[in-house]
Design a protein around this ligand. Structure first.
Ligand SMILES: Nc1ncnc2c1ncn2[C@@H]1O[C@H](COP(=O)(O)OP(=O)(O)OP(=O)(O)O)[C@@H](O)[C@H]1O
Length: 265
């Protein structure tokens, strides 16, 4: 296991929002986390990077590469975020400062993580951008000069720059049109195959679960109600809530079944 969340609770002053959740992500797998709005998926993922809002408190254990992140200090966590654990969010625009060029962002990111050679930083930035299918000339542009899909791809390039072992994607394609979303997901899957990083993928879109996930967990009101392999859950959901979520998903001409049938010759 690269990540093992054990009995994690997240609470505010007067209520428990995430209630004793356990969830594991294996090395190199694509793990989806689904559940209705407000079920606690984002807070759970923020707790992993110790990014919770200050009014919320996490308890339990979050074992990453064997050691408990809840016991790490802020400096250690800063070093870990970006290098071993990376995030991409729905709000890709928020990942970029408007008046800094794309190249400036890549440069700053690498400086913060200790790359002292300007030459190396420049070369890595160009390589990273090209690896997500973008022209290195975009490094000179500003965020508002890129499309949503291009920006999200640039965000993925940044997130993968330092070869993290875990990438947390929180509704990373929700704000994109379906063609751009598809491209971004294909890119994520390809980068995952290349780098072997694990992905914790938070989504509302069952088509993406069906296509990309290895395993998934279903969250309802702060608890995990069901976890397992994609085929098992999509074809034989055990929990009533999972069944309802799957039934409510838009089908768009293709069955939401796991796809096993199609894989048969
Ligand atoms: N800082 C906060 N203080 C108190 N409650 C919060 C805070 N942030 C979020 N919440 C509440 O915690 C619950 C879970 O929020 P969270 O964002 O994790 O849900 P989610 O499952 O990711 O939803 P969505 O799919 O809409 O993103 C919600 O009821 C939300 O209103």
């Amino acid at each position: 296991m690269i990540l093992s969340i054990e009995e994690l609770s997240i609470a505010g002053r007067d209520r428990t929002i995430v209630d004793s959740v356990s969830l594991a992500v294996r090395e190199g797998e694509f793990m989806a986390l689904v559940g209705q709005s407000g079920s606690g998926k984002s807070l759970l993922s923020q707790a992993v990077g110790r990014l919770l809002p200050p009014n919320l408190h996490a308890s339990g254990r979050i074992l990453f590469e064997g050691s408990d992140l809840l016991e790490r200090g802020p400096r250690e966590m800063r070093a870990l975020r970006g290098s071993r654990i990376s995030y991409i969010f729905q709000d890709y625009q928020g990942a970029f400062t408007p008046f800094r060029s794309i190249g400036g962002h890549f440069d700053e990111y690498q400086k913060v993580h200790g790359e002292t050679s300007k030459f190396v930083r420049r070369a890595k930035a160009a390589e990273a951008l090209e690896s997500v299918g973008l022209d290195a000339a975009l490094l000179r542009r500003y965020p508002f000069q890129l499309s949503g899909g291009q920006l999200q791809r640039a965000a993925i390039a940044t997130a993968l720059l330092l070869s993290p072992r875990l990438l947390i994607a929180d509704e990373a394609t929700t704000a994109l049109d379906s063609v751009s979303a598809h491209r971004v997901l294909e890119l994520l899957a390809r980068k995952q195959a290349e780098t072997g990083c694990a992905i914790l993928f938070i989504t509302h879109d069952w088509r993406h679960v069906r296509r990309y996930a290895n395993r998934l967990s279903v969250m309802q009101e702060g608890r995990i109600v069901e976890s397992g392999g994609k085929h098992r859950i999509l074809d034989h959901p055990q929990h009533e809530y999972t069944r309802k979520l799957i039934e409510a998903a838009p089908v768009l001409g293709r069955s939401l079944k796991s796809g096993l049938e199609e894989e048969r010759p």
